[in-house]
Design a protein around this ligand. Structure first.
Ligand code: ADP
Ligand code: MG
Length: 270
């Protein structure tokens, strides 16, 4: 429990741990009889980049979706910035949050997918402005200014009046990142953000993510880009079969994997 100051008023924030942005404890998730997550433990410290690696089907996307409660977990707990995701704990029992409360939690968590899912009929700038205009009580002028700044930050100031269909995949993915940032998230989740891109477009997206990391954004990045994990990641988590097989400092895990499954996987992607 920590005390935080909000406008001079002292609030005691239940569950908050200084320096920890994400804590997952024994997260289980099944689809019918298929047990996809079998007890995931993971901690991401504030300002750190955690890279998640693992074979297809190991539960990486499912885990990310659990972090923002797009999937309901069957057991365990996930806290983001000290807030229990999706539930309220009372008298030792978990009670599901209302959809409005879940939406409020989700607003603070940005997500970028493999496919960019931009609105094709809206300009690039309108795509970035859409969520904050819909959700937050901010003026259009404020949102427009921040969105234009974000587009400049991802190197697309000159594209703001264009449409997604006129952009390359790498440019569209950079717009998707700007769009997620427009909500001023405290955590960003990336699910294989470069795996749908032509190889020559991967670098420009990774560069934007590197800048974001340098500026102190807390990120969980599912990726097979080992170079990125080694250079930018503060931790590397290797998942297989719905569990974390091993984790550690990226350079060390990559150079010296302890488990056979990690070794076998790295041998394939390196
Ligand atoms: P990864 O991202 O590591 O490739 P996923 O989390 O996408 O793995 O999937 C893990 C397993 O869960 C796969 O076997 C997949 O088919 C299954 N799965 C994922 N989402 C669903 C769903 N909504 N319904 C049923 N099975 C699912
Ligand atoms: Mg996936």
């Amino acid at each position: 429990m920590t005390e935080v100051l909000d406008g001079g008023v002292k609030i005691v924030k239940e569950g908050a741990e200084p320096g920890v942005m994400v804590r997952a404890e024994q997260v289980h998730k099944s689809f019918g009889s298929l047990e996809v997550l079998r007890g995931i433990d993971l901690t991401v410290r504030t300002g750190e980049v955690s890279c998640v690696l693992g074979p297809s089907g190991s539960g990486k996307s499912t885990f990310l979706r659990c972090v923002n409660h797009l999937e309901k977990i069957n057991a365990g707990r996930i806290w983001v910035d000290g807030e229990l995701i999706g539930y309220r704990e009372r008298g030792g029992k978990l009670h599901e949050l209302r959809s409005r409360e879940v939406a409020a939690q989700r607003r603070d968590i940005g997500m970028v997918f493999q496919r960019f899912n931009l609105f094709p009929h809206m300009t690039v700038l309108a795509n970035v402005m859409e969520a904050p205009l819909r959700v937050r009580g901010e003026s259009k002028a404020e949102v427009r200014e921040r969105s234009a700044t974000l587009l400049a930050r991802v190197g697309l100031a000159d594209k703001s009046g264009g449409y997604p269909g006129q952009l390359s995949g790498g440019q569209q993915q950079r717009v998707a990142i700007a769009r997620a940032l427009a909500m001023r998230p405290k955590l960003m989740l990336f699910d294989e953000p470069t795996s749908a891109l032509d190889p020559e477009l991967v670098g420009e997206v990774l560069d934007v993510m590197k800048d974001l990391a340098r500026e102190g954004m807390t990120m969980i990045v599912v990726t097979h880009e080992i170079g990125f994990a080694r250079e930018v990641g503060d931790s590397l988590v290797f998942m297989d079969g719905g569990v974390v097989v091993e984790s550690g400092v990226p350079r060390e895990v990559i150079a010296n994997p302890r488990h056979e499954r990690t070794k076998a996987f790295l041998a394939k992607v390196l």
